[in-house]
Design a protein around this ligand. Structure first.
Ligand code: C2O
Ligand code: CU
Length: 424
């Protein structure tokens, strides 16, 4: 933090080589290192500035997934950073505590750039947070989950070329580590899980089926913890879970096949170990998860200023294939809108929108399940179903600078399943 109160981060995109568990290094990309990037962290109310340099040999961008910020700072395809160039976006953090992430968003090349290793977490804190485990690296951990395919020891970014969903790998990395385990030293741990995979949908559960508490979704803490033993996360979605561990015990966070026919396209036949938790013989005491966590989203009773219908299918939305020169939706500042988003084909799609967090009003014909009762920016939409989302555009009007909405299966996004909106 400098004298003017600005918290500054430096991110250098660079090429390198990483041993991802194959016994030999493979070419990768990272921020400030050869693979992935540092966890950035800031508090609500702070001004942040990120000095980014592009040291790889391709044009890229850095997008702040989940962040409420001016469109010109968003890091989408309209803010390219050429090789050797710099970009220094600056904005004020003005949203609840949340686990966000950052990743490239270059037009048509996002899948490759993320897959090579360009991704990191951006944690937001809020002075009025309830008591949950929050000592980074002690009882509060970033868990970036990605699946990778290899050709020998080389990261295979041509894998899945003929698969509609894109790459599905058989090796799971957590924070870049294959076969990971975590030495747990407290009674409870908070895992900030990011599905940073290109295409895979995970259904997280523990091998002994133990229940855990889901305390946060994309945009921050849920109104109340949700006790469950399984949780579905599609690419780009986050969840924070709090797990109880007893002294000396071991348990493995796994992913089992999501149910449903066409989910096999996102890896439903796979049972994957994600992360082993190893309890120490003596554990320090942890706070009990409070029964109330945060105010619930409050847009349900708003006057709706506009209703948008968006459908996702093939490699385009109902507005057509993504076109950098075409704005699909013009939203009005300080207006609440309803977006009905439909998965119109037999494929797996989710929906992500920049700048705002939305409230889920209806999910596939019913009220949203409890894990979708908080603020969200990315949501899985079952085949043939519609979700009704409500969102409000505030603070930043800029008719000349679009934000994106798109499917977060990165191959679909790159192929054109993306649209643009401006707030004017
Ligand atoms: Cu995580 Cu438009 O992206
Ligand atoms: Cu899709």
């Amino acid at each position: 933090v400098d004298a003017a109160g600005v918290r500054t981060f430096d991110l250098a995109m660079q090429a390198g080589a990483t041993d991802l568990g194959r016994g030999e290094p493979t070419p990768t990309w990272g921020f400030n290192g050869a693979f992935l990037g540092p966890t950035l962290r800031a508090t609500r109310g702070e001004q942040v500035k990120v000095n980014i340099t592009n040291g790889i040999d391709e044009t890229s961008t850095v997008h702040w997934h989940g962040m409420h910020l001016p469109a010109g700072m968003d890091g989408g395809p309209h803010q390219p950073i050429a090789p050797g160039a710099n970009w220094s976006p600056q904005w004020t953090i003005d949203q609840p505590a949340a686990s966000l992430w950052y990743h490239p968003h270059p037009h048509g090349e996002t899948a490759k750039h993320v897959y090579r290793g360009l991704a990191g977490m951006f944690i937001l804190d809020d002075a009025n947070e309830v008591a949950l485990p929050k000592t980074y690296g002690v009882d509060d951990f970033p868990i970036m989950v990605q699946d990778k395919a290899f050709d020998g020891s080389k990261l295979d970014d041509r894998a899945g070329l003929f698969q509609s969903t894109g790459i599905l790998g058989d090796t799971v990395l957590v924070n870049g580590t294959p076969g990971p385990f975590l030495d747990v030293t407290s009674e409870r741990v908070r895992l900030r899980v990011v599905n940073g995979s290109n295409a895979r949908v995970y259904r997280f559960h523990f091998d002994d089926n133990r229940p855990y508490a889901v305390v946060a979704s994309d945009g921050g803490l849920l109104p109340a913890p949700v006790e469950t033993n399984e949780l579905l996360l599609s690419p780009g979605e986050r969840a924070e879970i709090v797990v109880d561990v007893r002294p000396g015990e071991r348990t493995v966070l796994q992913s089992t096949p999501p149910t449903g026919d066409s989910n096999r396209f996102t890896g439903a036949s796979d049972r994957l170990d994600i992360l082993e938790l190893r309890g120490a013989q003596t554990l320090t005491a942890s706070p009990v998860v409070p029964a109330t966590l945060a105010p619930a989203p409050d847009l349900a009773d708003d006057t709706v200023g506009a209703t948008r219908n968006v459908s996702l299918g093939g490699s385009n939305t109902n507005f057509g294939k993504m076109d950098l020169e075409r704005v699909d939706i013009v939203s009005t500042l300080d207006t609440t809108e309803t977006w009905n988003v439909t998965n119109a084909d037999g494929q797996v799609h989710n929906f992500h929108i920049h700048d705002v967090q939305f409230q889920v009003i209806r999910y596939a014909g019913g009220p949203p399940p409890a894990v979708l009762a908080g603020w969200k920016d990315t949501i899985l939409i079952p085949q043939g179903e519609t979700v009704e989302l409500r969102m409000r555009f505030t603070d930043f009007a800029d008719a000349s600078s679009p934000y994106m909405f798109h499917c977060h299966l990165l191959r679909h996004e790159d192929q054109g399943l993306m649209g643009q909106f401006v707030v004017a």
